[in-house]
Design a protein. Structure first.
Length: 83
């Protein structure tokens, strides 16, 4: 098999076309990001209105765990979309 410039260019064009056909949807990132934004705004509003929020240590850990999970979901979704 001879590798000429035209063969290499044709293979590159074919690979580019195949990549465009199998492009992943960005919807998971937008959904995860929107949920994270809504949670952050609601958390800040709720926190400003109630100085004793979240009330006890276990509730604080729950809020922190939910925050970490939402940030991780947004981060993993952008990695999924970009890969």
């Amino acid at each position: 098999m001879s590798l000429t410039l035209s063969t290499i260019l044709a293979a590159a064009e074919h690979a580019a076309e195949a990549a465009e056909e199998h492009e992943k949807s960005e919807t998971p990132f937008f959904v995860a990001g929107a949920i994270l934004v809504i949670f952050a705004v609601a958390l800040s509003v709720f926190g400003f209105k109630r100085p004793d929020f979240p009330g006890n240590q276990s509730a604080a850990r729950g809020v922190m765990a939910l925050s970490i999970a939402l940030v991780a979901a947004a981060a993993f979704s952008i990695v999924y979309v970009s890969a």
